[in-house]
Write a protein that binds this ligand. Structure first.
Ligand code: DGL
Length: 260
C-alpha cells in the first residue's frame, strides 16, 4: 500500500523529503494541488472542499495513511476529514510547544499563512502553551507564491521579509517557527537575516515521527522498494523537466537540513 502526502504545492515536498529519510522503504503518492494554490488566502469552506477531493484520490490510490503536509489545510480540514474517513490522517501544525519550551524566556515568533493565523486551532494551541505571553503570530502572505515561482534566495525575498518584520526587534526572539511548509525553502535567507541566537524550527520531523508511531501501532509499516509518484491536482507528473525541477527542490531541502 501507499502513504499519501499532500499540500497545495511544493511546500509538502519538505515533508515528503523527511518521510523518505525516516521511512525509505515505503511507497509514496505525493499530491500538490497546484490548480488551487495558494490555500492560505482562501476560505475555510473552499479548503475543506479541495481536501475532501484529495482524500478521495488518496483512497482510490490505495493509501493506508495520509499526511496533510500543509499547516493551512490541517487547520481548516483535518478534524472534518478524520470524522469522515477511517484511515489514519496525520496533520502538521506549527511547532509552538517545542519553541516555547526551548525559548528560555525569550520571545517566540510563529509565521504562517493568513488562514492558519486566523484559525481557532492555532489560537487554542497558543493559549494552552503560552501562559507568559511570549508568542507572536505573524502572517507572511506572499512567501508561498515566491516559492511556487521558484524565487528563493533573492533580494526581492529579503526585502519582503525585512519589510514584513519591520516592527519587530529580532534580538528579543529566541525561536522562529516556520508554520507553513513552503517556508522551509527560505531557511537560508532567514538565517542570513536574523541574529545568531534566533533558532529556526519547523514541524517536519515531529510530523513524520508521528506518522511512524501511527503506522507502527497499527502494524502498517512495510518494506517495499521505496518509490514516489508525483501528482499535480490529480495529473501524474511524468515529464522529465518537471521531474528534474522536483529533484532540484529535494537537493535544496537537503542542503538546508542542517540550518537551525
Ligand atoms: N504549505 C501550506 C502550509 O503549510 C500553505 C500554502 C498555501 O497557502 O497554499 O500552510
Amino acid at each position: 500500500m501507499n502513504i499519501g502526502i499532500f499540500d497545495s504545492g511544493i511546500g509538502g515536498i519538505s515533508i515528503l523529503h523527511q518521510a523518505m529519510l525516516s521511512l525509505p522503504k515505503e511507497n509514496y503518492i505525493f499530491y500538490a494541488d497546484t490548480d488551487h494554490v495558494p490555500y492560505g488566502t482562501k476560505s475555510k469552506e473552499q479548503i475543506v472542499d479541495y481536501v475532501d477531493h484529495i482524500m478521495q484520490f488518496m483512497i482510490e490510490y490505495n493509501c493506508k495513511a495520509v499526511v496533510i503536509a500543509c499547516n493551512t489545510a490541517t487547520a481548516a480540514a483535518a478534524q472534518i476529514m478524520r470524522e469522515k474517513y477511517h484511515l489514519p490522517i496525520i496533520g502538521i501544525e506549527p511547532a509552538v510547544k517545542p519553541a516555547v519550551e526551548q525559548s528560555a524566556g525569550k520571545r517566540v515568533m510563529v509565521i504562517a499563512t493568513p488562514l492558519t493565523i486566523k484559525e481557532q486551532k492555532l489560537k487554542n494551541l497558543v493559549d494552552r502553551i503560552d501562559d507568559t505571553h511570549l508568542v507572536d503570530l505573524v502572517p507572511f502572505p506572499k512567501l508561498v507564491q515566491f516559492a511556487e515561482n521558484g524565487i528563493f534566495d533573492t533580494k526581492e525575498v529579503e526585502d519582503y521579509i525585512i519589510e514584513t518584520l519591520t516592527d519587530y526587534d529580532m534580538t528579543r526572539y529566541g525561536e522562529f517557527v516556520l508554520g507553513c511548509t513552503h517556508f522551509n525553502y527560505f531557511k537560508d535567507t532567514f538565517r542570513k537575516l536574523f541574529p545568531e541566537n534566533v533558532r529556526i524550527i519547523d514541524g517536519n520531523e515531529g510530523t513524520i515521527n508521528q506518522l511512524k508511531r501511527v503506522l507502527e501501532s497499527r502494524r502498517l509499516l512495510e518494506e517495499n522498494e521505496g518509490s514516489v509518484r508525483y501528482f499535480t491536482s490529480g495529473r501524474e507528473v511524468t515529464d522529465k523537466e518537471a521531474l528534474n525541477r522536483i529533484a532540484a527542490l529535494h537537493v535544496r531541502l537537503e542542503n538546508m537540513r542542517s540550518i537551525t
